[in-house]
Design a protein around this ligand. Structure first.
Ligand code: DGJ
Length: 694
């Protein structure tokens, strides 16, 4: 007896097959199949040989490899009975159902009273497949590990790319070579984390940003994940993703993985990147008013920190509005006795010392300028020096003598009373004041991984969103410490990094674009002298780098010279004029021949226009600019390309590359295969090239 399920999209096919009543395995995942191959032939053609010194057969690399069936690698689940006895299920087919692009496979172990359900959902608009697993038990059991449906990794691949990072240095790609054994990544910090963005890219040999075959994975969970990329002794490779091991602290009868998002592309890493960008933008994020343009953001953190003074903030707001800001976000410092980061988290009422008449004078002023108003919270945290902690020390998670982080503890979000307290205090603010944006921060690691904590946060966010559907929420965790599909299905923007250093940001946002679209990626023009690096960067560079994503400002506008303000007004005006299509565009990372140049092309959905940002991150090794090859264009169409900021050409450019003096008209073929020659430039500058199909 065999079963076969085929999920097909324009670019990819995933074929699952099961024989003899056991769990299915992915027998094919790659370019779309026509459907001409017979079930029997595909199954037969996928059968591996075996030899001496091993078992008399090859145990299936199924969607949940079972220890019980002599599987020679990591199993897809590790369970114990309530009393601690190890359980080794043997799952057999119970039922399967298909509804369009959704396949639901139910398997069970009657002796152990277990039911395992795997669901595969193909999203037609993005081509992303969402795979998740659940486990139900008739009696309470303990789950140490439960993988989302397990997939094979390609054999013709030499490396895998996952991500590390740190505060002000998010999304650092880590390249590792495939070889015998396991590469494991695990976030045990209770958040998806700067250090462990839950993503993996597996390029087939020879793939680049713009060409070749690539597989990509993202686990949509905010509480910390485990990734296993394993090459088995027989050479097969498996990819597993699930919650961090052991993060289900209680015995229970029902467990669920987060969705594992997967994508295959024949158009290089950009194919997977744009599938994820579209999926985040069109399926995961739900803006309260999708038709509303993304507003230019102003955040006061790096202008005033904890030093709030109403008239000063009003003055700053006036200047920000004059530069083009459309939303003002009041950051940390407005509540309790929050004069520094030592105290008051949890005391979510307006500080009467700083705001004797409440927030109305500030909010009214901001609204009077035509801007919207947003406010900062860090709901999951409490300082030991707070009224909340003094009243409820038992609400804090972990031991009383635990190591603090930023002088704070984490509230136990699994407790309904904690969620009610937070809901009521946030709701009171949202009801009393006209607030339509929350910056939701999370600045410390958990004392230990705990999946119930994440479910508690999701529950609180869901309640608030149901009660205040017009409010947008930004996910921040010391910058980009909590970016994943789980949090983004409940929020609308990420604060990608606390680094407002345009040079660092250029790189961080380039690598984040492997997953994230522009419309949800916050990017702010920081102070002239960067507060996190000490670098002094030109306003042109700072402004254009912010204009690559959801643009904002985060400096004290009083520091700007008239010339700097003029540049910022100009770039902001350009961003506003282009945001409607740019916020819907695909971000295509370009294969830059010069490692000093970090370049991307944002291509409109209809392909009729694009903008290239070519950032000169450092000094090039060679003298002349290497041509920059564009991508994704129609080979036989003609395009007009123009250097938007040719006035920025400085003394490094003495010659006359054509773009310096005017637009060019060239075919897509030429632009993709010859490339553009840009003027020589000092480092820490960026060229902006606009393209229009003729
Ligand atoms: C960390 C965030 O990343 C910053 O942007 C700022 O909101 C501070 N927290 C405030 O404490």
């Amino acid at each position: 007896m065999s079963h076969l399920w085929h999920l097909r999209h324009d670019d990819q096919s995933l074929v699952l097959a099961a024989t003899g009543g056991g769990l299915p395995r992915a027998i094919y995942w790659g370019p779309a199949l026509s459907g001409d191959d017979s079930e029997e032939m595909m199954l037969a053609a996928d059968r591996l040989d075996y030899t001496g010194g091993m078992m008399d057969g090859i145990p299936d690399l199924s969607i949940c490899p079972e220890a019980r069936r002599s599987f020679p690698g990591q199993p897809g689940m590790v369970l114990r009975a309530g009393d601690g006895t190890p359980l080794a299920p043997r799952l057999v087919h119970v039922s399967d159902a298909r509804d369009g692009g959704v396949i639901r496979l139910t398997y069970g172990d009657a002796d152990l009273g277990l039911t395992y359900v795997a669901t595969f959902r193909l999203h037609a608009t993005s081509g992303v497949i969402e795979a998740s697993a659940s486990l139900h038990s008739e009696v309470p059991i303990r789950v140490e590990w439960l993988a989302a449906p397990v997939l094979p990794a390609p054999q013709l691949s030499d490396e895998m790319i996952d991500f590390s990072g740190r505060w002000i240095g998010e999304f650092q790609p880590c390249h590792s070579t495939w070889g015998a054994g396991i590469r494991m990544r695990e976030s045990r910090t209770g958040r998806s984390g700067h250090e462990h963005f839950p993503g993996l890219i597996v390029p087939v040999r020879g793939a680049t940003n713009t060409q070749g075959q690539v597989y990509a994975f993202h686990y949509g969970w905010s509480g910390g994940h485990r990734m296993i990329a394993e090459e088995l002794p027989d050479g097969r490779r498996q990819i597993q993703f699930g919650h961090a091991a052991g993060s289900e602290l209680e015995a229970g009868t029902s467990f669920q993985t987060a969705p594992l998002l997967i994508s295959f592309s024949q158009r290089g890493m950009n194919g997977c990147a744009t599938a994820f960008q579209r999926h985040f933008r069109d399926t995961i994020i739900r803006f309260p008013d999708p038709a509303r343009a993304r507003p230019v953001h102003y955040n006061c953190w790096e202008a005033v920190y904890f030093d709030h003074d109403v008239s000063e903030l009003q003055q700053i707001a006036t200047l920000a509005a004059d530069l083009g800001a459309e939303r003002f976000v009041l950051d940390d410092g407005w509540f309790g006795r929050r004069d520094n980061d030592l105290r008051a988290l949890g005391d979510w009422t307006v500080d009467p010392r700083k705001y004797p008449d409440g927030l109305d004078p500030l909010i009214n002023h901001i609204h009077g300028l035509g801007m919207r108003f947003g406010i900062w919270f860090e709901p999951e945290m409490v300082n030991p020096d707070s009224d909340l902690y003094r009243a409820h020390p038992e609400w804090a998670l972990g031991d009383a003598d635990q190591l603090l982080g930023r002088q704070q503890m984490v509230l136990n979000m699994a407790l309904p009373a904690v969620r009610d307290y937070l809901h009521d205090h946030i709701a009171a603010m949202l009801s009393q004041y006209q607030i339509d944006y929350i910056k939701w921060d999370h600045n410390r690691l958990l004392p230990m991984p705990d999946a119930a904590q994440t479910r508690g946060i999701y529950d609180l966010l869901d309640r608030l969103r149901a009660d205040f559907p017009h409010v947008e929420i930004e996910s921040c965790a010391s910058g980009g410490g909590r970016i994943d599909a789980g949090i983004l299905s409940r929020t609308h923007r990420v604060w990608l990094s606390d680094s407002n250093d345009a040079q660092e940001r250029l790189r961080i946002q380039h690598d984040a674009a492997l997953f994230l679209p522009a419309c949800i990626t916050g990017s702010h023009v920081g102070p002239r002298e960067c507060h996190t690096s000490g670098r002094v960067l030109d306003i042109r560079f700072r402004a254009w780098v912010a204009a690559q994503r959801h643009m904002g400002f985060e400096m004290d506008p009083r520091e700007l010279t008239p010339e700097e303000a003029g540049v910022l007004r100009d770039v902001t005006g350009w961003w506003k004029a282009n945001r409607d299509w740019m916020m819907q565009a695909d971000i295509l990372r370009l294969d830059s021949a010069d490692p000093a140049v970090i370049a991307e092309q944002q291509l409109a959905g209809d392909g009729a226009r694009f903008v290239v940002f070519a950032g000169i991150a450092t000094t090039s090794a060679q003298i002349s600019q290497r041509p920059l090859h564009l991508t994704g264009l129609q080979a036989d169409a003609r395009y007009r390309v123009d250097l938007r900021n040719r006035d920025d050409a400085g003394p490094a450019s003495r010659g006359e590359p054509a773009l310096k003096s005017g637009p060019l008209e060239l075919s897509g073929q030429f632009l993709m295969n010859h490339g553009l020659i840009l003027p020589n430039s000092f480092p820490q500058r960026i060229w902006v090239i606009e393209g229009m199909r003729l």
